[in-house]
Structures are given as C-alpha cells and as structure tokens.
Design a protein around this ligand. Structure first.
Ligand code: MD3
Ligand code: FE
Length: 215
C-alpha cells in the first residue's frame, strides 16, 4: 500500500496552504502607489541599513521600521525598541494607509481588531536571503503577523514548529499579502536568495513589510 506524505507530519492537508496561513494574492495592488510613497517617506527619516546578528554576521537584507516599535539586531540580541539605534530618535509614524491595509488584510484572514504597533520593512537585493528562523520577540503570539510583498518575487520557505520539520515553498509576488496566525504563528520560515531581475516599480529589489503586535 502506498501512503501519501503530508507536509506537516500527517497533521495538515495534502494540498493548499498550511493551517494558519491565508494568502491574499494581489490584495495590496490598489494601494501600490501609496505604499511605495510611504516606504520612501519612512526611509528618508530612517534609512535602510544592514544590521548585525548576535553571532556577528551582517544581514544581507537591509531593513528599517515605522510605528511605535521597531525590530533591531546587534551583538546583544534581537529585540523591539522605540528608538532607531542609528539616530536615537523614535521610528517614523506608521502611515495611515499601512495601518488600514494591515487591518483589512488581518480581518480577511480571520483576525478582527488587529492593532499592529510595529512595521518592519525588509529590502532584498539579488542574493539577499533570510535564514530559517521563528519570530518570537513579540509579547503576544495570539496576534497574527501580516506580510506585504512588493517588487521582485521571492520563494518563501515555510516549515513547522521544529527547525528540522519538512518545509513547503510559496512564491510571493508584488502585491501579495500573507496573514500568519494560529498554528502558523510560530512556524520556522525563511526566504531563498533573491533572484536577479527587474521590477517595473522597484527595479532589482524586493520589499517586504511585516506588521506585528510587538508589545
Ligand atoms: C511565518 N520576513 O522579517 S514575511 C521577518 O519576506 C520575515 O521578509 C520575511 O520573516 C520576508 O521576520 C517573511 C512572512 C512571515 C513573517 C512572519 C512569520 C512569515 C511568518 C511568522 C510565523 C510564520
Ligand atoms: Fe520572520
């Protein structure tokens, strides 16, 4: 007898997204112009920079933040803080169009009343990647994480609660939004090295915004 393999040790469906992930393809497209303008505005006040990991490696992804809290990394660890370590100033406010989109996407994924206080903006150039990790610096894991992809497409890796669990791959394109909550919230995940290319709006970059409830 042959037995089908599932992606999550037998607990999940054979096909379709893993439990806790809602993929909203093209959901951000109507706000494309406003999002790109907002990102430029944020990056003027808090420029993209390459942070150092606690292990001493410089991240290939450049990042900035807006909102009450921003995610930072240095030799002392990962954390959220209200000041930009480069300037000592608070992070730029979250543009209303960001907040509105994140809330509507969360609701479409089944999470009413999502109230993000942090927006991490990652910028990928060709070759940039994000190694497999969990997002666990947030205070409350019952809140989802809403991720907005812009620019060049990327292959996203999505595993289970253990680093060694088998992984699924999802392609994320310009305008796609993913809502990660419930069982997916603490799943290991990462992004494959960005392939070279040209996007009509973002050139040779991918930008990912993640909205989080940090505190
Ligand atoms: C799945 N960023 O910044 S967003 C990150 O495309 C991060 O830049 C990726 O992972 C990026 O931490 C992926 C999608 C995402 C974010 C959080 C998750 C997926 C997640 C938390 C749990 C499970
Ligand atoms: Fe992450």
């Amino acid at each position: 007898m042959t037995r089908a393999k599932t992606h999550s040790g037998g607990a999940g469906p054979l096909f379709g997204p893993p439990p806790g992930l809602t993929l909203l393809q093209g959901f951000a497209l109507p706000q494309e112009d406003a999002l790109l303008a907002g990102i430029e505005q944020v990056a003027q006040a808090a420029p993209f920079r390459h942070m150092v990991t606690p292990g001493g490696f410089t991240m290939s992804v450049a990042l900035t933040n807006c909102g009450t809290y921003g995610w930072v990394s240095d030799r002392r660890g990962y954390r959220y803080q209200s000041q930009d370590p480069e300037t000592g100033h608070t992070w730029p406010a979250m543009p209303a169009v960001f907040m509105d989109l994140a809330r509507r996407a969360a609701a479409a994924g089944g999470f009413e009343d999502f109230s993000p206080d942090a927006c991490l903006i990652n910028r990928y150039a060709p070759g940039s990647k994000l190694s497999l990790h969990q997002d666990k610096n947030e205070a409350d894991f019952s809140a989802p994480i809403v991720s907005v992809s812009l620019g060049l497409p990327a292959t996203f890796l999505f595993g289970g609660l253990e680093r060694t669990d088998p992984q699924d791959r999802v392609q994320l394109h310009h305008g796609d939004i993913a809502v990660w909550g419930g069982k997916a919230r603490l799943a290991y995940h990462g992004v494959m090295p960005l392939k070279d290319g040209q996007h009509p709006r973002l050139g040779a970059y991918r930008i990912n915004m993640t909205f989080r409830r940090a505190a």
